[in-house]
Ligand binder design. Structure first.
Ligand code: BLA
Length: 317
């Protein structure tokens, strides 16, 4: 792959007295999320008998933002157990970088959904990295044990290196697992290296769950998996925190198109239930959906999972 133009650094230059220059001050513009994406694609290819571009690739590949310079790049693939692996990356000349990578399994598998959402601006990074549970991990211990028990040490390692990012939309927590990395930090080479290492470890962990997963044959269980994925897609297609920025970049019509048909593809196909069927607390008196991102408000100042992966936040409705 072509190196990102901003990723070439000046570490090899020498000054006239032939002393090595100090490495460049770490800044958000000195790195790119491209190597994260490339890692995921390479590893998935290695793990899958077939790994081919999705039909979505024809319609969603590259978009120019209304500012005329920012580019939005989209990639999408499928594999035998993967309904859709898709990524959106955005790089702006002022240093803003975004990576939104998700991997959605076929409905025959109750695998978690791989989720990496990284937003970097000149002065801050907002990151969510998780194997989002398909089913309830607060009350259903069976599902939690099946997928997360062996991953708790991995979660603990990165909970320390990438500390909890503070209060967040309370509703989001239900879509997160006990090993979620939710963090905010200012840019530094060290932090970006840690994030890359977390990303590679979480991705490999997800792939090994995928490799071991066996196809469900019970139709009622498949139906439950499909509905759970549809509920997840419905939530994100309506309330994703990135949506507003996307609207600013490419306008409301295109943003809606990207969100419904690309980023959260399946929201129209995998089920018939509406947003309000799943999340009735968002209903307004006139039957419309409350535009607020959250009804419950923000909470969870601290990590609401203990070291054994037990949820210790306040219970919510
Ligand atoms: C902020 N992004 C956030 C926050 C979370 C997430 C938890 C903190 C604010 C909040 O509480 O909502 C991410 N939330 C998630 C994810 C899920 C969820 C992954 O519920 C999954 C279920 N972020 C992106 C992309 C962009 C982006 C693609 O992933 C931009 C195109 C931007 N995220 C972004 C920005 C903020 C943010 C600008 C800060 C603004 C805000 O707090 O609303």
């Amino acid at each position: 792959i072509k190196p990102h133009p901003l990723s070439s650094t000046t570490t090899n230059k020498t000054c006239p007295c032939s002393m090595k220059l100090a490495p460049p001050a770490a800044s958000s513009s000195s790195f790119s999320y491209q190597k994260f994406l490339q890692f995921a694609l390479d590893q998935t290819k290695l793990s899958s008998s077939t790994f081919v571009p999705s039909h979505l690739q024809d319609d969603f590949s590259i978009l120019k933002a209304v500012d005329g310079t920012t580019e939005l790049k989209m990639r999408s693939f499928q594999a035998p157990k993967i309904r859709l692996l898709r990524s959106l990356s955005i790089e702006q000349s002022d240093g803003m970088q975004v990576l939104d990578l998700a991997v959605f399994p076929e409905a025959e598998f109750d695998l978690p959904i791989f989720c990496a959402n990284f937003f970097t601006s000149a002065n801050t990074n907002i990151v969510v990295l998780d194997l989002n549970p398909l089913h309830d991990v607060m009350n259903e211990t069976h599902y939690k044990q099946k997928y997360y028990r062996s991953l708790i040490p991995l979660g603990l390692k990165y909970a320390e290196l990438l500390p909890w990012g503070g209060k967040l939309t309370s509703e989001s927590l239900k879509f997160f697992s006990p090993i979620v990395v939710w963090s905010r930090f200012s840019s530094s080479q060290e932090k970006h290296d840690i994030l890359f290492s977390a990303f590679t470890e979480y991705y490999k962990a997800w792939l090994s769950l995928m490799n071991r997963a066996t196809k469900e044959t019970d139709v009622s269980q498949i139906r439950l998996n499909r509905e759970a994925q549809h509920r997840y897609l419905t939530w994100r297609a309506n309330k994703d925190p990135g949506y507003n920025l996307l609207k600013r970049l490419i306008g409301e019509t295109l943003a809606k198109e990207v969100v419904e048909n690309f980023l959260f593809n399946g929201v129209k196909e995998l089920g018939n239930k509406t947003f309000l069927d799943y999340f009735p607390e968002y209903a307004c008196g006139d039957g419309s959906i409350n535009e607020k991102r959250s009804i419950a408000g923000k909470s969870f100042e601290n990590r609401p999972w203990d070291t054994r992966g037990v949820f210790i936040g306040d219970t919510f409705s």
